[in-house]
Design a protein around this ligand. Structure first.
Ligand code: AHR
Length: 651
C-alpha cells in the first residue's frame, strides 16, 4: 500500500471509530417545561382469566375440588369407600347433588369420602383451616358424626377432628383446625363415625388466613402479588372464557353471584382446548365470581373492567353461524349487560343493586367501563355490538364501552374491525398481541401514527412469546422496550394488560404467564417486574423525549420514554438497552431549573437472556435500586447491555 492509500485507510478507520463511539451515546432532550398528554390512571393493569387454574385451584382459596358433587362425573376428585350414595334433591337448586354416608355393616369397616384437592390439598404447618359442610341427619338417624383428617402424600393422617351433627334440617357446620405439618399434596379424608347415616353437601376447606381474612376468600400470596402491581385497571373474567366454546358455556355473571353454594357450576373451556394439555377436572365453581372480582378491584385500587358476551361463542371453535345468537334475539344478552351495570352501581332499591348490597356491599362499585365481546371478528361482530351500544348509551351514557379489534395484531380481521369500531364510536378498542421478540422490538413505534381523534386503545392482552414460550428475561426486556411506546402515546393508549395472569405449575394450558404458583408458593416472573415498574411509576403526563427530534424506538437498540408525576413531583425516565454493549444517554431537561436533585435508578438486567424466575429460583432477576444525584439540568447515564432502566428524579 502506498503512503496516501495508507493515510486514506487510516482516516476512514478513524472516522468509523468516531462514528461508532458517537453512535453509542444518545443525546436526549426531555421537555419538562411543557408536560404533554395526560396519562390515565388506568394505564397499566391486570387481565384475569380462569385459565391455568387461575381461579379454582389458584387465586380462589378453596382447597376442595368438586365440593358439591355437581361435576358431570359426580365423584370426580373424590375417592369413596364403604356405603356412599349420591342424591340429587339437595338444598341448593343450582347444585342439587349431595352424598349420604351410611354404616357399612360392620364396626371394622369404614364408610367415607376423600378429596384430592387441586393437584393435592396444600396446607402449611401451624396455619389454621376452616372446614365447613352442609349436613343433615336423615329421619331414621338419631345421631350422626364424622371424623375429618388430613392425610399426607404417603397416606399418613396428620390432623384429625370430630364433627357431630344435631339437626334433621340442612345446616352449615364449621370447624377450625390447625395443620400439624406442611404438605403440598395432602388429601382431605372424611370417615363416618356414627351408626346413623349422615348427608353431606358443599364440603369446603379454606385457609383462615385469606386475603383480607374473608371466608369465601382469596389466596393471600396471590392477591398480594396483584396488589403489589399497583394496577390501574382490572379486567375480568377473561378472555375466551367470556365467549364459551358454545353459548351454553359462556361466562354468565348472574350465575356467579349470590350464595356461593348456589352458584351454578360451569365447565371450563381450558380443560379441553389444547388436547396436549388436557385437564378433565377443570371446571368453574364461580366461587370467585363477579362480586369478588369487583371487591378485589376495590381492594387493589384498580378500576373494574368486566367483559360480557356479545352473543358469539368462540369463533375459533365454531363455524360461521351455529354458535351465534341471531341479531334480533340478543335481548337477554343486552339485558345481562345492563343488569351488570346496575349490579355494580345501582342503589340498593334496584333489583341488582340489592343483590350486591345483600352480599355485603351497599356502596356502589363505581363501574366506569364495560367491554362487549372478546376476540370477535367479521361483520357478525359489529352488527351485534351495535344494539348493545345503543342500549348502554341510552341508559348509562357515562359508561365507556370497549369494542374488539379481533384476535390479531394486524391483518384483515384487524383492518376490518378498526373502522367499524370508529363507525360505532366505541370509546376504546381492545387489541391483542401475543408475538415474538422481533415483533415487539420493531413495533415500539406502533402507536406513534395512530389516529388521535378516534377511539382510544386498550391493549387488553399482550405478551412477548419467545420460541420456547418461557417467561424468560429476553421476553420481559422486549415488553419493557415496547411499553415505552404505550407511554409515549398515552393520548391514544389508555389501558394495557399483560395476559394471561396466573399459572399453576402442574396445571397450565398456556404460557408465558405473569405469576406462577404451586399449592404452597408463588413466583413473580421477570415480566411481572416490568409490569410493576410501569405500574408504580405511571406519572400524570408524558414528557416529550427526543433525540434529533425523533423518539427512540430501537435506534441502536435503545427505547425511551419519560413521564412526570405532577402530584408526587417526580420525573420517570424509562430507557431500555436491548443491545449487547453498554450505551450512554445524555439527558438534557428543557425547562428544569438548575439544582441538585436526588432520585433512584432501578435496573432489571441479566446477561442470560433465557433465565427465568422459578419457584426453585424466584430471585434470578429482580429489580435493583441505587440512589442517584442529578446536578443541574443535564444527566448522563450508563445503560448496561440488555437492561431496562428506570430513573426516578425527585423535583
Ligand atoms: O390469554 C389467553 C387467551 O388468549 C385468551 O383467553 C384469549 O382472549 C386469547 O386468545
Amino acid at each position: 500500500m502506498n503512503k496516501s492509500k495508507f493515510l486514506a485507510a487510516l482516516l476512514f478507520t478513524m472516522a468509523l471509530g468516531t462514528q461508532l463511539i458517537v453512535s453509542q451515546t444518545h443525546n436526549l432532550t426531555v421537555d419538562v417545561k411543557k408536560p404533554g398528554s395526560p396519562i390515565q390512571s388506568t394505564m397499566y393493569g391486570i387481565f384475569f382469566e380462569d385459565i391455568n387454574y387461575g381461579a379454582d385451584g389458584g387465586l380462589y382459596a378453596e382447597l376442595i375440588k368438586n365440593r358439591s358433587f355437581d361435576f358431570p362425573q359426580s365423584f370426580m376428585g373424590w375417592n369413596i369407600f364403604g356405603k356412599v350414595e349420591l342424591k340429587n334433591d339437595g338444598p341448593f337448586a343450582n347444585n342439587p347433588n349431595y352424598v349420604r354416608l351410611s354404616y357399612p355393616g360392620h364396626d371394622h369397616k369404614q364408610t367415607g369420602i376423600e378429596n384430592e384437592g387441586f393437584f393435592g390439598v396444600g396446607v402449611t404447618k401451624d396455619a389454621d383451616y376452616r372446614f365447613s359442610v352442609w349436613a343433615r341427619l336423615p329421619q331414621e338417624s338419631p345421631t350422626g358424626s364424622i371424623r375429618i383428617e388430613l392425610v399426607d402424600a404417603n397416606n399418613n393422617p396428620f390432623t384429625s377432628e370430630q364433627l357431630i351433627f344435631d339437626s334433621k334440617e340442612w345446616k352449615k357446620y364449621k370447624i377450625i383446625f390447625r395443620a400439624t405439618k406442611t404438605e403440598a399434596k395432602a388429601k382431605l379424608r372424611i370417615f363416618l363415625t356414627s351408626k346413623g347415616s349422615v348427608e353431606l353437601e358443599h364440603v369446603s376447606l379454606f385457609p383462615v388466613d385469606t386475603w383480607k381474612g374473608r371466608e369465601n376468600g382469596l389466596r393471600k400470596d396471590l392477591a398480594q402479588a396483584l396488589y403489589d402491581l399497583h394496577p390501574g385497571i382490572f379486567r375480568f373474567p377473561g378472555g375466551c372464557i367470556v365467549e364459551g366454546t358454545d353459548l351454553e358455556s359462556r361466562y354468565q355473571w348472574k350465575n356467579s353471584v349470590g350464595a356461593v353454594e348456589n352458584r351454578k357450576l360451569n365447565e371450563n373451556r381450558w380443560h379441553y382446548t389444547f388436547p396436549h394439555r388436557f385437564y378433565p377436572d377443570y371446571f368453574q365453581s364461580y366461587g370467585l365470581g363477579f362480586y369478588e372480582f369487583f371487591q378485589l378491584s376495590e381492594d387493589i385500587g384498580a378500576e373494574p373492567l368486566p367483559i360480557v358476551s356479545v352473543g358469539l361463542a368462540c369463533q375459533f371453535q365454531n363455524g360461521c353461524c351455529e354458535a351465534h345468537v341471531a341479531v334480533g334475539e340478543l335481548h337477554g344478552y343486552i339485558q345481562d349487560a345492563l343488569d351488570l351495570i346496575e349490579f355494580a352501581n345501582g342503589d340498593t332499591s334496584t333489583k341488582w343493586g340489592k343483590v350486591r348490597s345483600d352480599m355485603g356491599h351497599p356502596q356502589p362499585f363505581h363501574l366506569k367501563f364495560i367491554g362487549v365481546g372478546n376476540e370477535q371478528w367479521g361483520p357478525e361482530y359489529p352488527e351485534r355490538l351495535e344494539p348493545f351500544i345503543k342500549a348502554i348509551r341510552a341508559k348509562y351514557p357515562e359508561i365507556k364501552i370497549i369494542g374488539s379489534s379481533g384476535p390479531d395484531s394486524e391483518g384483515d380481521k384487524f383492518n376490518y374491525l378498526w373502522p367499524e369500531m370508529k363507525r360505532l364510536k366505541v370509546d376504546l378498542v381492545d387489541e391483542h398481541f401475543y408475538r415474538p421478540e422481533s415483533w415487539f422490538l420493531t413495533g415500539a413505534g406502533r402507536y406513534d401514527n395512530y389516529d388521535r381523534k378516534g377511539p382510544k386503545v386498550f391493549a387488553g392482552e399482550y405478551a412477548c412469546h419467545p420460541k420456547n414460550r418461557k417467561n424468560n428475561f429476553e421476553s420481559a426486556l422486549c415488553e419493557a422496550a415496547f411499553m415505552t411506546g404505550f407511554e409515549r402515546n398515552a393520548d391514544v393508549v389508555q389501558m394495557c394488560t399483560y395476559a394471561p395472569l396466573f399459572a399453576h405449575v402442574e396445571g397450565w394450558q398456556w404460557r408465558p404467564d405473569l405469576i406462577w404458583f404451586d399449592n404452597l408458593h408463588s413466583v413473580r416472573s421477570v415480566n411481572y417486574y416490568v409490569q410493576q415498574l410501569y405500574g408504580m411509576h405511571v406519572g400524570t403526563n408524558v414528557l416529550k423525549t427526543l433525540e434529533n427530534k425523533l423518539p427512540l424506538t430501537g435506534q441502536n437498540g435503545i427505547y425511551a420514554s419519560s413521564a412526570i408525576d405532577k402530584n408526587k413531583n417526580e420525573i420517570y425516565l424509562k430507557i431500555a438497552n436491548t443491545a449487547n454493549e453498554t450505551k450512554k444517554a445524555n439527558y438534557t431537561f428543557n425547562g428544569l431549573k438548575k439544582a441538585v436533585r436526588t432520585g433512584t435508578h432501578i435496573v432489571l438486567k441479566s446477561d442470560n437472556l433465557d433465565i427465568e424466575n422459578t419457584l426453585e429460583n424466584p430471585n434470578a432477576v429482580l429489580p435493583v435500586t441505587n440512589e442517584i444525584t442529578v446536578s443541574g439540568n443535564t444527566f448522563e447515564v450508563e445503560l448496561a447491555p440488555k437492561s431496562f432502566n428506570l430513573f426516578v428524579i425527585r423535583l
